[in-house]
Design a protein around this ligand. Structure first.
Ligand code: TXD
Length: 314
């Protein structure tokens, strides 16, 4: 981490389940000096921000937490996490959300871009790979400043299931996920390891298959339990991990949906790949040779994302 004494501002658009969790994690991890929570619903972000602010004596944090319906309050943010939009209900795919959320995302992007033209935008709203593309096109921001959150969450799920199967500390599991945030995502088996030992040497093929499948359906498993919404704690923390790496120039290597121009043989769409996140946003894409099967799986992701992007009408 590099020293940087400039005061930092993080805004979170959407004070729903994920936005609120993100605000809570951002406060508890003290990632910024000012944290703004914005929603269209009057009173909702104000109430939630006030409640969070009142944790400060217990937590001992000094950040200001502001709840608002006015984008002027987000002005000059360093990072903006966008969670506004509808969430899935049982039986709904992420694609079912597309039409409604593309409208919401257009509006939100125009406003945040107007007030914070230099910000890095971390997009969470589903279907993520198409929504982050929408944000990129509507904002006109450089590609380094627009990034989608999905891989950090999917990888956290993958790591959790591996850790449970081997009864080891989850933080010692490395397990990257690439591709679309959906059934065609690619949890990489070859590169998953525990303390540096490949999981293929520790777990049976059947067990690995089961873990990969559970990771791919990880979102639906939670929607199935919750019924009225989708996962929020880990998505909120995943978005904050990304924001933190940018705000503090940590240069974390995280799987993120970024705009590809030839990397992995893919161009013109956002897709999950390993990237370095630092003060300039996407500092670098870590490109490496894929096996034939991995490339095939990634190509299936590309097709699915291209279908989504076509449906945005952009
Ligand atoms: O991995 C991932 N990327 C995801 C994505 C993981 C979990 C959730 N994911 C998606 O995030 C989910 O499918 C949704 O599309 C978003 C937000 O999920 P959340 O669970 O937080 O949804 P809520 O609780 O319904 O909150 C959405 C909020 C709600 O308070 C609305 O009033 C607000 O968004 N909203 C708006 N805010 C500002 N401006 C506009 N136009 C607006 N429209 C709705």
């Amino acid at each position: 981490m590099r020293a940087n004494n400039k005061k930092k501002k993080l805004s979170i658009i959407g004070a729903g389940a994920v936005g609120t969790a993100a605000a809570q994690w951002a406060v508890s991890k003290s990632v910024a000096d000012t944290i703004v929570l914005l929603d269209v619903v009057e009173g909702l972000p104000q109430g939630k921000a006030l409640d969070l602010m009142q944790t400060s004596p217990l937590h001992g944090f000094t950040a200001a937490v502001v709840g608002t319906n006015d984008y002027a309050d987000t002005a000059n943010s360093d990072v903006i996490i966008i969670t506004a939009g509808l969430a899935r209900r049982p039986g709904m795919s992420r694609d079912d959300l597309l039409g409604k959320n593309v409208q919401i995302i257009r509006e939100v992007t125009e406003e945040v871009a107007r007030y914070s033209p230099d910000a890095c935008l971390v997009v969470v709203t589903n279907p993520i790979d198409a929504m982050v593309y929408t944000v990129f096109k509507v904002s006109g921001f450089p590609k380094q400043h627009v990034v989608g959150m999905a891989g950090v969450l999917d990888s956290a799920r993958y790591r959790t299931f591996i850790a449970q199967a081997l009864d080891v500390a989850p933080s010692d599991v490395t397990a990257p996920v690439m591709g679309i945030h959906g059934d065609n995502m690619l949890p990489l088996v070859r590169l998953a390891s525990v303390g540096g030992v490949p999981i293929e040497m520790l777990l049976s093929r059947e067990k690995i298959k089961e873990i990969v499948h559970r990771t791919q359906c990880g979102g639906a498993e939670i929607v199935g339990y919750l019924k009225t919404g989708s996962a929020f704690s880990t998505p909120g923390l995943a978005a904050v991990e990304m924001a933190q790496s940018i705000l503090r120039d940590e240069r974390r290597v995280l799987p993120c949906a970024v705009y590809l121009e030839g990397e992995f043989g893919i161009s013109g769409i956002f897709l999950g790949v390993p990237v370095v996140l630092g003060e300039n946003g996407v500092e670098r894409i870590l490109e490496f040779p894929l096996s034939h099967e991995e490339q095939e799986a990634l190509d299936r992701s590309v097709k699915a994302v291209e279908r989504q992007v076509a449906a945005t009408g952009l």
